[in-house]
Structures are given as structure tokens and as C-alpha cells.
Design a protein around this ligand. Structure first.
Ligand code: DGJ
Length: 727
């Protein structure tokens, strides 16, 4: 049993991790320990309660001081803990304080679904769930703290459910999903930051006194920040030291914050961003906060990464493609932008088929009057001037060439210049009387409204049912502004941020339920919604609009910090690269895209013959290694933050029988010998054969002495090395 309780001490045991908290005086829940597995059931001495001002009730004169010192499991606003709170209300009298105390608990095998929300899943055989029932007796508010332990992984998940048992309504002003008060200070923090076309660059900073956050108030998880935060010991490296990873299974506004606190403590909180949040709870209603995944590693950042990957590959991603190789696709966006028709697409498909490419994806521009990005979103009717002969004809022709067919949608949006807008000008998110703020000349549909969702779903499903469409790229190209709904009362307007995200989830759930064989790829102007919430619906997400192989090193490296490589949308595109103008070798573009879903995004009918000739080889390489890349353990060998002249990473089979190492030389080096890189994660006493040359090495020497990389010459060059364990 992964969860036990004795005398008010709760112990949650994951694979090599223990997490302890206790019910202390007056029913407060105090956090005791999070780290490497310990045998003790009770370690309350760590709370050092006798060193604080006397705990209540004896020391009631200093209750506030006491609460501001102790590590609280779920801190509330306004009663004495002055650090970042998790729960804040606005009650009928206009008060914001709340105060929850332990009432009871249950421990069950398995894991519950969170209604309407994406979440990790497990069975009675691999996880156990603890529900702590707390109450604020003044407000008559119940707060359930939910914990699930995955017993074969170093993973604990958390979420929160709030139930209003009072006659009067109460407004929730913040309901964060998790808080952990770490003992001591002097930690570092890793977060993932960027902007359009340079998403998820890794930033490591010391946590000094005060708050340090990654956050989004953009209505989506965003290009700029990712709902991830790792707290780590200052000496932690890729392979050593303690690392605590937190990831929010949510796709809207979020706060991921570490706080250096005055009394030698560090508080981490994660949840829906409290700014501009509100949720009215009438009598008997409940609110569920999305899930936070907590991962512990005692072997550095790399092990944290591998734990997230295992969890997400096995307990978050669903559907037919969960464990399957994805079809190699060719997408026409960078090939044609809006300038295409049936003939052009068929010519691309014909050429692609000769090279072994398996699917054609028709991107933006096939519907309504859409010949540029300034109109027609919402008018999901095939433009037969472009798609001559209709969609079914095109799909059938592509299928006859042996390719599957995929299509692009941007279901959440509406263009002011569209039939939909002309018919329903109030269907977008807007504030009546205010100018509607455009972005890419479009507005966002109010998906909190059922009739709007139904319209969107009917339009999308009608198209999907009209032909043999096997893939959808679900795009979302702007952030939310003027957040108001024509259908919500004033008392519920602040709910729109979250109701919008719930609406998106509702649409995606309907889609994957009704079209179980569909491969869904999420996208948001590139990688603005690369988060675990989206992974619950789509096994892959377009990682970035920046397809330059060198830029992709940092973007994919940062993305793979948390998210499995099997989910990272990566394509080979043409040069000079459309975003940065760089010219890199076709082979390197292929080698970098291999560490992702792999596909092409170029006009195959126009690229140089030499490049075209390489495609069948790249296709074969993909088929040879994709099982290993998709299911293996990722080990980062190079570190672009320390040495940006090269990058190197590897995929080691779970049984350690083979390893594929990718080496990329960013800039050529004058007058150096080969570079010796140390492999990781191999079987020390096994012999590995380098497939290319037949040379033999022990696992130990490859890991300790290293492997001299040769044959990589010039800027932007790269090479794959495949080692196979000798039988
Ligand atoms: C943004 C996406 O990231 C691109 O790949 C492309 O689909 C465009 N939108 C189309 O408008």
C-alpha cells in the first residue's frame, strides 16, 4: 500500500520517494518531509514545533506567528500565514479569509477522474489515492485535498475539490492545486521561457528571498512560460543531486512559483493563476482544481525528465497512437502558405509517396474565403475554387497514392470577416461597448457557451465525416483579451478564463471519443500550448513554428525536460529557414527532427534533387530507430547552456540492449581533436558494438572514458551513432 496513516501522520510512498504530512494541534495540516524514501512512519520531529512560538491552543496569543512559521500543507488567506496562500474566498460579508482544519480521510486503491479536466490515470494495481477532508466551519466550506501515489514511479499527484455546504453562495478567488514548504533556503529553480519561435528555453536561477514565478495570464499556457517548475539543490546537475519537478495538467492561466521565505523555508505553489480568477459556488456546488504532478529525483535533472516521460507515456497520453509509431507526414504550410489547390497538393503527395512519406496534411487555407490570415475563421466549408472536385475527391486521390490524409482546423477562433461573425457577432469573447482587441485579425469564440461549442463541433465533425481524414492539426493562434461573455451574469464573469479552457477540453473529448482512430496534433501558433493538459487529448503537439535545426536544439531540449520526445512535433523544412534565414544541411535537419514525431514541411517538388534523394534514407532511419526514440530513456549528454558549440543526447532502450546517440556540431572547431563524449545509462559490464564500424566497447568505458566523436566536420553538421549490446 503506497499510503498509510498512523496517529494523524500520513505517509505516501512512491517508488523511491516518501512524502509525509501530519495533523497537528488544532487540526492544521503540516508538511513534514518530501524526498528519498525513508522507512519511518512518523518524522514529526522535523517540524520542530517546540522551536516555534507555542503552538495553539496553548499559545493562542501568537497563533499568527505560529502559522507564519510552520510548513502548511494547504495554506489559506488571511489567518496568519503571510506567505503565498492557496485558498482565498469572497464571502457574503465581503471577507476573504478562510481557515481549513482536518476532519477525516479515506485511502483507496486506484485514481478518480477529475470531472471535465485532463489528468493522469492509473489502475488499482499501480496507484493509491488519499482524500483528506478539511472544513472551514465558519464558512461551512469543505476542502478535499486529493493525493495519488504512483507506486512504480517517483510520482505523486495532487488536486483540490471545494464544496460549499452553506446556504449562502461564496466566491472562490483562488484555488491553487498544490503547495510544498521545503525546509531550508538556497535552492535553484528551473523554468522554461521564451516567445513565439523560441519556446521553452531552460532558465536556471537561484531562489532568493521573495517570489520567483513562471506564469501565464494569456488564457493559454503560452509561448512565454510553461506550467513547469523544478526546485533543485544548488549543486544538482544533469545526473546528480535532488530535484523536485512540478508540472500543471492545465492549458490556461497558471502560476508556478517558488518563494524564498523569511524563516529558512522555501514555498512552492502551483495552480490556476489567481489574478482575475473568480468562481461562484452556490449551496451544494463544488469546484475542482486541476492536477499538479510532482516528481522527485535523487539523480539529478535527467532522472526527473525520465520519470515525467514514463508517467506521460503510460498514464496521460491516451488513444490509438499512444504506443504507436506515427505516420511520417508532409505538411504544406511552409511549402505553399495559402497559395495551393488540389493539383498542387496532389503533386506534393505524388512526390512524397515516392520517398516513403506516409501522410499529407493540408494546412490553413482550405475553407471559406481564406486566402490570407485576415478572414473566414469559423466558416468551416470547403473552398471548392481551391479544392477543385471537393474534399472527398482530394482525399481519395491522396489515398490512391498510398498516403493518409490530414487536415488543419482552428476551431476556437472567429474572424470578424466571416459569415459566422456576421450571423453571431456576440459569439466571441468580448466586453460589450468596448473595442474588440484583434490579434492576427481574429477573435476568440466564447467556448463557455454550449451553443457555440455545438456549432464548432458540428462543423468540424461534418468535415471529418465527409472523407477519409485520419489526422487533425488543431491550431490556436491568439491569446485571450477583453475577457467577457455575453451569456454569463456579472457574478460569474470572472469564471470565463477557466470556463473557456473547460470548453476546449469538452470539444477535444468529444472529438477523440467520436473519432477514436483520429491522430490529433495540438498546435498553438507553434508551441504556445505545449502542456500536459493538451497531451491528454493529443499524443503529439507541434513544438514550434521555428523549424531551423539549430534553433530547434534549444527548443526541443527545453521541451524534453518534461515532455516525452514521442510528443514533440518536429519537421524537416526548407532553407534558408523561413524564420531565421539560416542554411543548415538537409541531413542535420533530418537528424534533429528524428528526435520528435518526424515529418516534412517543404515543397518536395521544388527542393534540390540532392535533398530529395536523402528523404528515402531519412524515412528508413526513422523506421529503424523510432521505436527506440519513442519508448527509450532520454539522456542529455551535451549542455547548450554551458557549451553552445555542440549538442549531444541519446536514447537508451529500457532493457539497455541498444543506444542511439545524436551528436550535433553547432560550429566547427579549428585545431581540435575529436570530442570525447561520455554516454550514460548503459549496462556497465556489457559489451556494446558500434554498428557503423564493428568496434567494441564496454558499457563502463563508454560511460567513464567516453567515446571520441569523429567524422563531423563543419558548422551545423551532425551524426547518429548506434551501439548495440553484444549477445
Ligand atoms: C500556426 C501554426 O503553428 C503553423 O504551423 C500553421 O498551421 C499556421 N498557424 C497556419 O495559420
Amino acid at each position: 500500500m503506497g499510503i498509510t496513516c498512523q496517529n494523524g501522520c500520513f505517509k505516501l510512498d512512491a517508488k523511491n520517494t516518501s512524502y509525509l504530512f501530519s495533523v497537528i494541534e488544532d487540526g492544521y495540516l503540516a508538511h513534514v518531509y518530501f524526498g528519498k524514501k525513508i522507512p519511518d512512519q512518523n518524522a514529526d520531529y522535523l517540524l520542530r514545533l517546540n522551536e516555534h512560538p507555542l503552538p495553539p491552543p496553548q499559545g493562542d496569543r501568537d497563533r499568527a506567528v505560529f502559522l507564519d512559521h510552520i510548513p502548511l500543507e494547504y495554506p489559506c488567506m488571511g489567518i496568519g500565514d503571510f506567505r503565498e496562500p492557496c485558498l482565498q474566498v469572497l464571502d457574503k460579508d465581503g471577507m476573504s479569509a478562510c481557515d481549513i482544519r482536518y476532519v477525516s480521510h479515506t485511502i483507496e486503491k486506484g485514481k478518480h477522474k477529475l470531472p471535465g479536466l485532463p489528468a493522469t490515470f492509473g489502475s488499482e494495481n499501480d496507484c493509491t489515492t488519499l482524500t483528506i477532508h478539511c472544513a472551514d466551519t465558519h464558512l461551512n466550506l469543505e476542502v478535499q485535498l486529493l493525493y495519488t501515489v504512483f507506486e512504480d514511479l517517483d510520482v505523486i499527484t495532487r488536486s483540490v475539490r471545494v464544496v460549499n455546504h452553506a446556504k449562502d453562495a461564496v466566491t472562490l478567488r483562488r484555488v491553487l492545486s498544490a503547495c510544498v514548504d521545503f525546509d531550508g533556503s538556497g535552492y535553484d529553480m528551473i523554468t522554461l521561457h521564451g516567445a513565439w519561435a523560441r519556446e521553452r528555453h531552460i532558465i536556471r536561477t537561484p531562489v532568493t528571498p521573495g517570489t520567483h514565478a513562471a506564469s501565464s495570464m494569456r488564457g493559454e499556457s503560452s509561448h512565454q512560460d510553461n506550467p513547469f517548475l523544478a526546485l533543485l539543490s544548488r549543486n544538482a546537475t544533469e545526473d546528480t543531486g535532488e530535484v523536485y519537478g512540478f508540472n500543471f495538467v492545465y492549458s490556461g492561466n497558471f502560476l508556478a512559483q517558488a518563494e524564498g521565505c523569511p524563516y529558512d523555508k522555501t514555498r512552492v505553489v502551483m495552480g490556476i493563476h489567481p489574478q482575475d480568477f473568480g468562481w461562484l459556488l452556490e449551496e451544494g456546488e463544488s469546484f475542482v482544481a486541476p492536477e499538479v504532478v510532482m516528481v522527485y529525483s535523487d539523480e539529478g535533472i535527467g532522472k526527473m525528465t525520465r520519470t515525467f516521460h514514463d508517467l506521460y507515456r503510460n498514464h496521460l497520453i491516451r488513444g490509438e497512437y499512444k504506443d504507436k509509431k506515427r505516420p511520417i507526414l508532409i505538411n504544406n504550410w511552409e511549402a505553399t502558405y495559402f497559395d495551393f489547390d488540389t493539383d498542387k497538393l496532389i503533386s506534393i503527395a505524388r512526390e512524397a509517396a515516392k520517398s516513403g512519406i506516409e501522410m499529407l496534411v493540408m494546412d490553413d487555407g482550405w475553407f471559406g474565403n481564406r486566402n490570407s490570415d485576415n478572414c473566414a475563421l469559423g466558416d468551416w466549408v470547403v473552398n471548392e475554387d481551391k479544392i477543385k472536385g471537393g474534399l472527398k475527391h482530394l482525399v481519395d486521390e491522396v489515398n490512391k497514392l498510398g498516403l493518409k490524409f490530414g487536415i488543419w482546423f482552428e476551431p476556437e477562433m472567429i474572424s470578424p470577416d466571416s459569415d459566422l461573425y456576421r450571423a453571431h457577432p456576440d459569439w466571441c469573447i468580448h466586453i460589450p461597448g468596448r473595442q474588440r482587441t484583434l490579434c492576427r485579425e481574429q477573435l476568440v469564440l466564447d467556448l463557455s457557451r454550449k451553443e457555440v461549442r455545438d456549432y464548432v463541433y458540428d462543423s468540424v465533425s461534418k468535415i471529418l465525416s465527409s472523407a477519409n481524414i485520419e489526422y487533425v492539426k488543431w491550431d490556436m493562434n491568439r491569446q485571450l483579451t477583453d475577457v467577457g461573455s455575453a451569456s454569463l451574469p456579472a457574478s460569474r464573469q470572472r469564471e470565463l478564463w477557466h470556463r473557456y479552457v473547460l470548453g476546449v477540453y469538452d470539444l477535444m473529448e468529444r472529438l477523440v471519443t467520436d473519432f477514436p482512430h483520429l491522430l490529433l496534433e495540438n498546435c498553438s501558433g507553434g508551441g504556445a500550448r505545449f502542456d500536459p493538459g493538451m497531451l491528454y487529448y493529443s499524443p503529439q503537439i507541434w513544438c514550434s513554428d521555428d523549424t531551423d535545426a539549430m534553433e530547434r536544439l534549444r527548443i526541443q531540449h527545453g521541451t524534453s525536460m518534461v515532455y516525452p520526445v514521442s510528443a514533440i512535433g518536429a519537421h524537416v523544412s526548407d532553407v534558408p529557414n523561413h524564420t531565421v534565414g539560416r542554411v543548415t544541411p538537409f541531413a542535420t535537419r533530418g537528424n534533429v527532427a528524428l528526435s520528435g514525431t518526424f515529418g516534412y514541411e517543404l515543397d518536395i517538388t521544388h527542393i534540390p534533387q540532392d535533398d530529395r534523394d536523402l528523404i528515402p534514407q531519412q524515412v528508413a532511419t526513422y523506421h529503424k530507430y523510432n521505436d527506440l526514440i519513442r519508448t527509450g530513456d532520454l539522456y542529455r549528454i551535451g549542455d547548450l547552456c554551458r557549451d553552445s558549440s555542440y549538442d549531444c543526447w541519446s536514447f537508451v532502450a529500457k532493457d539497455k540492449s541498444e543506444v542511439l546517440m545524436t551528436y550535433v556540431q553547432v560550429l566547427g572547431r579549428a585545431n581540435y581533436q575529436s570530442r570525447c563524449v561520455r554516454l550514460k545509462g548503459l549496462q556497465r559490464d556489457a559489451v556494446y558494438v558500434l554498428e557503423e564500424t564493428g568496434q567494441e566497447f564496454s558499457g563502463a568505458v563508454l560511460m567513464q572514458g567516453g567515446f571520441p566523436v569523429t567524422g563531423v566536420y563543419g558548422d551545423f553538421s551532425s551524426k547518429l551513432f548506434h551501439f548495440v549490446r553484444k549477445k
